[in-house]
Structures are given as structure tokens and as C-alpha cells.
Design a protein. Structure first.
Length: 450
């Protein structure tokens, strides 16, 4: 993979694409309806300090708005404009402390809103927009405080029914309509995901080059974060997992403090965000720079399972087909290595592989690392289609206290994960820049020690 210059994040998503997304959503909404999407809430880190704000993915998808204390409203057919935003007003004194705000005028100018109002006026304005609507689209239960605010507005309208006020006829969860749209990625979205994957792949390469016995897991985490930030991707898509030795057998291990020991493997599951779009890559490699025979045997089974699963990612195949492929390959591999005993089809039916492979082979990927979208439609696994993006991540994990296997296998944990976009005729591996064959990994690590 070629070296890119630092700080090269592109910004291809503009007002035109956001406007297209809003039009597509409003076309699915019932006549005389309204959709309400509050921003994410700020989160306290400790006492009076906050975590860095990350916008709700739904708000980000429809508007590009990255500020807290805001609400996006879609009102299809509204004579004075369909895209409305409530946001913080400009406040030079507060901006001196917390940074520049768009303000209502900036939201109209830079985000293309038809109307924008101070968030402080929402109690006066939004009930009037809701009144008379037959349906309100809103994701109830995600923001309890805002749920209560919605109910107060509805009750206010109901209290004026004697004067002819009409409360909304029904509420409907917005998630199904919106998340079905988010499932299909545009060319620009896949471009951002490709960039996030390329940066993340280079970060994994950096961690491999710098790996040495005697370092700690957090040293490798620091190399990942440095590469993300150097390339302009300051946000991780999730908390990085750096698990050495038996820690690789813990699915969501994030302690990242153990010493890297000669002879162990280290599993890194980490990815950055580009404009909110996530990468999610896992690589497993030897601390010493060379795989032992048992480690390589397990690794090759997982690598074959992943390669065959990626081949199954193509339009017309079922979502579950890649997973079924990994189960078949891993079960056969475990039998061949003596870790399972029996006939493969029967072992698969009995799920005898699950003590070693307990998770599914992947998930949707997008603005959320575990992205939105149904895996089943009408009770059946859905068909893969162009524009869908997913991970493919089989693994084998042999617990260090598993007395049913020979000692040489205990404590080995291997997962290999790539980001894959479904294309018209097959798929594209977005994260191909991170080496994953035994030879590629050993050569890269040797170069880092040269």
C-alpha cells in the first residue's frame, strides 16, 4: 500500500447529496406527516468535563450537522420549506470558550436548511408544526428527556382541542425507513469508507512494524492512534482492542495494558472514522515476528475461512452465506487439527464449533461500526445487493484453561477482519492494504526490525 501524505481526509459529501437523502426519506413518509430527529446528547466524562461530541448518525446522514443541542425537522410539502433546523444561536462570549457555532444563518447558508431557528424557541415553534399532522415520525425511547418534551408538546396541543387544535393522529418509529436508506451506500460514502479503511490498514501496518517483546499492549495502541491522527482521522470508530496472548480470546478486550511476551500472538481490532464513516479491521500477528507451528495452523484455517467467505459476498447471495462458509471451513479445520472429533455435517448441526467460534462472521458497516439495516426480511435472510457494506471476520479462540485440547493450542486467539463493499458483480475489499498472509506479515515485521 502506498504511503499517503498526512492530513489528507477528503470532504466529498456536500449539500446536493444530503438533499437527495432527505428527498428519498420524505418520499417514503405518509402525506401530512413530519419527522423529528434530535441531535446526540453531550456526555460527561468527569465532573465538569465532557467527552468529545459525536453527532447522532441519523442527524449526520440527513444534514451533515455536527453541533449538539440541535433538532432536524423534515416537513414534506410545507409551503415555506421542508428542511428545518433548531440550533444554538451565535454567542461570541460562549464561542470564546467552546468554539465557533453555525447559528441559524450559518445552518441555512452552509447546510442548505430552508428555515433555522434558535433552539431556545423550539417550545414555541415545533408544537405548531406538529399540530394537524396525521403522523409524526420519531425514534421513541432513545432520548428519554426529548421523549418527554415531545409528549409535553402533544399534551399542549390536546389541551387546546376545544379551540380546534388537532393533535397528531399517530406516532411511527422513523428507524425502519431511515435505516433502510442508510443500508445502501452511495459512491461518495464508499469512497469515505475506503479512505477510512486505507488509513486504518496503514495504522495496523505501523503496529506490526513497531511490535517488540517487552512492550505493552498500549504501546501498539499508541501507534494506531498516532497514524489515525497523522492522516487526519482524529476519531476512532470504537475503542481499539489490543489483546496479546490469552487476551486475544476475549472478544471485546479493551484493557490494553499487558506486556507483549515472546512466543505469543497479538490481536488488534481497530479502525478510524472519516467524516463519521467507520473502518473495522482485525489482524493477528506474532509478537516475535514469526508464527509458531500451532499458531500458523490455526491462523491458516481462519485465513481460508475468511477468503472463502469474501468470495461469497456478491449480489444475489444471502446475508448468511458468508457466515455459513466460515462455519464449514472452521469446523473442517478443527477436525483436521484434532480439536474436534466427528463427521463435519453432524458437528455443524450440533454447533460443536461454538466453543472455538462463538460469534457471527460479520455485520453491516457505515456511519455506525455496527451499522443499521435489517439482516432478515419477512423472516428470511436478506439478499446482498450493490452498495451494501459489511465486515467479514471469522475467528478461532482456544481458551487458556481448555483441558479438552492439547496444551500447545491453549490461549491461541485468531481473528481476521476486513471491510467489504458489495459491487455490481462481486465485492471490493476496502481494507486490502493491511497484510494478512503469514508470509506478508512476517516480512513486514522483519522490515520493521531491520
Amino acid at each position: 500500500m502506498g504511503r499517503a501524505r498526512s492530513g489528507t481526509i477528503k470532504t466529498p459529501i456536500g449539500q446536493r447529496e444530503y438533499a437527495r437523502r432527505r428527498r428519498e426519506l420524505m418520499a417514503l413518509m405518509e402525506p401530512n406527516s413530519i419527522a423529528i430527529l434530535p441531535s446526540a446528547a453531550t456526555a460527561i466524562r468527569s465532573r465538569d468535563t465532557e467527552f468529545r461530541f459525536r453527532q447522532s448518525s441519523d442527524v449526520l446522514y440527513l444534514s451533515g450537522l455536527t453541533e449538539p443541542e440541535s433538532v432536524v425537522v423534515l416537513a414534506p410539502g410545507r409551503r415555506h420549506g421542508e428542511f428545518l433546523v433548531f440550533c444554538r444561536e451565535r454567542d461570541p462570549q460562549q464561542e470564546l470558550w467552546d468554539g465557533r457555532r453555525l447559528g441559524p444563518e450559518g445552518v441555512c447558508e452552509r447546510l442548505g436548511a430552508d428555515d433555522a431557528f434558535p433552539i431556545s424557541d423550539i417550545d414555541d415553534i415545533l408544537p405548531g408544526l406538529i399540530e394537524g399532522c396525521e403522523r409524526v415520525y420519531y425514534a421513541m425511547g432513545q432520548r428519554p428527556e426529548f421523549d418527554n418534551q415531545i409528549m409535553r408538546w402533544v399534551n399542549k396541543i390536546r389541551s387546546n382541542a376545544y379551540a380546534g387544535a388537532q393533535p397528531p393522529g399517530e406516532f411511527q418509529d422513523l428507524d425502519h425507513l431511515l435505516h433502510e436508506l442508510r443500508l445502501y451506500k452511495s459512491r461518495t460514502e464508499i469512497g469515505l469508507m475506503r479512505e477510512a479503511a486505507e488509513i486504518s490498514a496503514e495504522a495496523h501496518c505501523r503496529a506490526m512494524r513497531h511490535c517488540r517483546p517487552g512492550l505493552h499492549e498500549y504501546h501498539l495502541e499508541a501507534e494506531l492512534l498516532y497514524e489515525f491522527a497523522r492522516r487526519g482521522a482524529r476519531d476512532t470508530a470504537y475503542t481499539p482492542i489490543v489483546g496479546a496472548g490469552a487476551n486475544a480470546c476475549v472478544m471485546h478486550y479493551i484493557d490494553n495494558q499487558a506486556v507483549l511476551v515472546e512466543g505469543d500472538l497479538v490481536l488488534i481490532d481497530a479502525g478510524c472514522e472519516c467524516q463519521g464513516y467507520a473502518a473495522d479491521i482485525t489482524r493477528t500477528f506474532p509478537v516475535s515476528g514469526r508464527f509458531s507451528s500451532p499458531q500458523q495452523a490455526i491462523y491458516e484455517v481462519v485465513l481460508e475461512a475468511q477468503a472463502r467467505a469474501i468470495d461469497a459476498v456478491r449480489p444475489g447471495n444471502l446475508w448468511n452465506d458468508p457466515h455459513d462458509v466460515t462455519v464449514a471451513v472452521i469446523t473442517r479445520g478443527l477436525v483436521d487439527l484434532g480439536l474436534l472429533d466427528g463427521e463435519c455435517n453432524e458437528l455443524i448441526e450440533l454447533e460443536a464449533y461454538r466453543p472455538f467460534y462463538m460469534h457471527r462472521a460479520g455485520h453491516w458497516l457505515g456511519l455506525d461500526v455496527h451499522d443499521v439495516g435489517d439482516y432478515r426480511v419477512d423472516g428470511a435472510w436478506r439478499l446482498l445487493e450493490k452498495g451494501m457494506t459489511l465486515t467479514v471476520e471469522p475467528g478461532i479462540y482456544i481458551a487458556p484453561d481448555n483441558r479438552d485440547v492439547a496444551k500447545k493450542w491453549r490461549g491461541i486467539g485468531v481473528r481476521i477482519e476486513d471491510d467489504v463493499a458489495v459491487t455490481a458483480e462481486g465485492c471490493e475489499v476496502l481494507s486490502a492494504g493491511a497484510p494478512k498472509t503469514v508470509l506478508e506479515i512476517e516480512q513486514l515485521m522483519a522490515e520493521g526490525r531491520g
